[in-house]
Design a protein around this ligand. Structure first.
Ligand SMILES: N[C@@H](CCC(=O)N[C@@H](CS)C(=O)NCC(=O)O)C(=O)O
Length: 199
């Protein structure tokens, strides 16, 4: 496998996922500053011309949530996704899609400072999205209950960006405790070092 990535981007969540799995993966750094992502060679990897993207033999997958789902399925022995037919599978898929369809949209709405009626926005509102997450995370240590999953890799990464990087959300005890649990994982710490080293 080959991961196309850049430091200090959404690539970190895939680096983290790869470390959770322990799968060997070549890293190819894409120079976003020089516009390498817009060159035809990278366009063929991800037509959206963004990182991260994963190449696995003949397969290419971009969109960080999809890459994480792909890896969870390819390496079931890592135990990061409930199997098809397990009750937790429904909520697992829900949280994977929640990242792209609700969290990302809520962040964009906040950045753009646009007001929308809650009923017209699929994500409701910025506050609604994070209140829902706080409700779930105050009831259990991870999104699916007691067990850490690939959905936590994705959503904890989103929360990290929203709270610590974009500073769009006041720290809340539920989120601080959750991020502490997730970010103290050895796999996250290894991924963070790779991201910081940039290689
Ligand atoms: N929806 C995409 C977003 C990817 C994305 O926005 N990547 C940014 C870095 S975090 C990027 O590649 N920006 C470079 C550019 O747009 O030129 C995902 O989740 O993977």
């Amino acid at each position: 496998m080959r991961l196309y990535w850049a430091p200090q981007t959404r690539s970190l969540r895939v680096l983290w996922m790869l470390e959770e799995i322990g799968a060997p993966c070549e890293r190819v750094r894409v120079d976003l500053k020089s516009g390498e992502q817009h060159k035809p060679a990278y366009h063929a990897i991800n037509p959206m011309e963004k990182v991260p993207a994963l190449q696995d033999g003949e397969s290419c997958v971009a969109e960080s949530g999809a890459v994480i789902a792909y890896l969870a399925e390819k390496f079931p022995q890592a135990g990061l996704a409930p199997a098809i037919g397990e009750a937790a599978r429904g909520r697992y898929l829900q949280w994977l899609f929640f990242s792209g369809s609700c969290i990302e949209a809520a962040i964009t709405q906040k950045f753009a400072n646009v007001q929308l009626p809650e009923g017209s926005a699929g994500w409701g509102s910025f506050d609604k999205v994070f209140n829902v997450l706080a409700e779930v995370l105050s009831a259990s240590p991870y999104l699916l209950g007691e067990k850490f999953s690939a959905a936590d890799v994705l959503i904890a990464s989103d929360l990290h960006f929203v709270i610590n990087v974009f500073k769009m959300l006041e720290p809340r005890p539920e989120f601080s405790a959750y991020l502490e649990r997730c970010r103290s994982r050895p796999a996250f710490l290894r991924a963070q070092k790779i991201d910081a080293d940039g290689i």
